[in-house]
Write a protein that binds this ligand. Structure first.
Ligand code: SF4
Length: 317
């Protein structure tokens, strides 16, 4: 029989928000990010935890110190501060089906809505976990085409994509599909997968590829990244359609099918460029170095930042 783990990893920013660590915080997380990973079976090229490397305290750019479960749950319940949601990030592990319901029950007394992330190999757990009281499930699809999925996740798109779309048909708006831009997918093919998720009423959480030394390569082109963000935002709100967008011969998005004034007006509040995903998920500095390029803004943009982000789209406006 499975037991609740004795300890849980907590993102460094979350640890500060909970008073577990003393440090200055440029932007506080509005979701508490926890990590359960006793040794992931996955072998994603970009992940420091791949191949069961549970000893590292890193995931993406973030450090995840370990704390007793009971202490974390108590603080989440007593002084959530800026935290309005919990996201339990999980590795692919054979005991997940037994352990994760225990984690959900242990976190329930905090009263905060709960999200949980799964590796695509464990999509079969989605129905049961949602029925067990989860609010949302994030699925780390990460790559957007069969070629990059095979190269970076070492998995078969032909198996995992149909399972994902079937889950989207059942639970659309409660599923966040995590996609990383910068793994080698072209702009048009990446957006075709974003479109396929949104067309099934699913949600898309965008990540900019973060070089950590494992996966190679650099961060994505900023103009292409901003166009991807704008597409996700405008399409999610029904302001544009796939058929209304135009791409050039190289697959670069050159028109959203809106007049320049209409496009600028719809992007002027900067929301398109803020972190997207579950409600209140802002993931501060998952993709960014403090002071570096803000791929996902973890807070509202200033008017000047919004103007710059629109200029970064590199469209003829
Ligand atoms: S969008 Fe944010 S809160 Fe939702 S599953 Fe992904 S990381 Fe967690």
């Amino acid at each position: 029989m499975a037991d609740l783990p004795a300890t849980i990893r907590v993102s460094y920013g979350t640890a500060i928000a909970l008073g577990l660590r003393e440090a200055r915080q440029e932007v506080a997380p509005t979701t508490a990010y926890l990590l359960w990973d006793p040794g992931c079976r996955g072998s994603c090229t970009f992940c420091p935890r791949a191949g069961g490397n549970a000893a590292t305290d890193r995931l993406s750019r973030v450090a995840w110190p370990e704390w007793p479960w009971a202490e974390v749950v108590r603080r989440l319940g007593e002084r959530p501060g800026p935290l309005r949601r919990i996201c339990l990030q999980t590795g692919w592990h054979d005991s997940a089906g037994a352990v994760l319901p225990l984690c959900i029950e242990a976190l329930r007394p905090t009263g905060l809505p709960l999200s949980l992330t799964l590796h695509p190999a464990q999509i079969a757990l989605v129905d049961g976990l949602l029925a067990h009281g989860l609010d949302h499930v994030g699925i780390g699809l990460d790559a957007a085409t069969a070629a990059t999925y095979s190269r970076h996740k070492h998995r078969e798109w032909a198996t995992d994509w149909p399972a994902l779309t079937a889950a989207l048909e059942r639970h659309g708006p409660r599923l966040e599909i995590h996609l990383i831009f910068g793994l080698g997918d072209g702009e048009r093919e990446f957006l075709a997968t974003v479109e396929a998720v949104l067309a099934r009423r699913g949600l898309v959480a965008l990540f900019a590829f973060t070089p950590t030394g494992e996966g190679g390569g650099g961060p994505p082109d900023l103009g292409a990244w901003r166009r991807v963000q704008a597409f996700r935002h405008l399409r999610s709100r029904g302001a544009i359609t796939w058929d209304g967008c135009r791409f050039d011969g190289a697959g670069r998005l050159i028109s959203f099918g809106l007049s320049p004034d209409d496009l600028v007006g719809r992007l002027a509040d900067g929301q398109a460029f803020q972190t997207a995903g579950c409600p209140d998920c802002n993931r501060p500095f998952y993709n960014e170095r403090p002071g570096g390029t803000m791929f996902n803004f973890p807070r509202p943009l200033t008017p000047e930042e919004a103007r710059q982000a629109i200029a970064d789209l590199e469209l003829a406006l």
